[in-house]
Design a binder for this molecule. Sequence first.
Ligand SMILES: N[C@@H](CCC(=O)N[C@@H](CS)C(=O)NCC(=O)O)C(=O)O
Length: 239
Amino acid sequence: MYELFYWPNIQGRGEFVRLAFEEAGVPYLDVAREPRGMVAMRALLAKRGGSPAPFAPPFIRTNGMLVAQTAVILDFIAPRIALVPRAEAKRVAAHQLQLTVMDLVTEVHDTHHPISVGLYYRDQKREARRRTTAFLAERAPKFFGYFERQLASMAPKGPYLFGSRPCYVDLSLFQVVEGLRYAFPSSMRKLERSARRLVALHDRVAERRRIKSYICSPRRLPFNEDGIFRHYPELDREE
Ligand SMILES: N[C@@H](CCC(=O)N[C@@H](CS)C(=O)NCC(=O)O)C(=O)O
């Protein structure tokens, strides 16, 4: 049994881990959504001794091991739940791609919190506007272009990064498209025109049986303005 520790009211970075468990059909406990789960999560964040304490959620616990950092969690669980090819070179490639996804996720977060996570969005709105303009004009197209090229060169026949079976990075790219569509619906319409493979990958993942049933289930939290992908209409203005 895997225990996932993540904030109970948002998809956030925890969602990348949830999607992996859901696609694999592996049971997991979303601890902080259970009664007294937040107490358990805070205790682990404050723990001393033994393995390093996590700096921040998400983290997982399994067989007495505590593993933090989204990309490390996925790298750790994926071979155990058949969500990455076995060959070492492919596992490393998947980890590298996932770290790039996490870089993108951080930049998405910084669109609404460009100055400090300790300030409210309303206290950094002007900077958020500038940051978002740059993100949508330069950074999102650069990340999209990168993933388009990797999809084209790694598995030209696709539909997934490593060919016919999805790996955890495919699920994360699905989530990135979902999240950006929620946050920036109008800008995404334009961005998607140059991201044909990424959109096709998203659509294939969305059609997967377990993902489809997860998305319709109460386990899938809705996007909201506390998470990473937030919809503030004033940030999604077309230039
Ligand atoms: N690099 C870490 C970032 C973890 C992170 O920033 N977690 C957020 C929620 S998504 C958090 O709770 N941060 C609290 C903090 O940074 O103080 C990862 O990818 O897991």
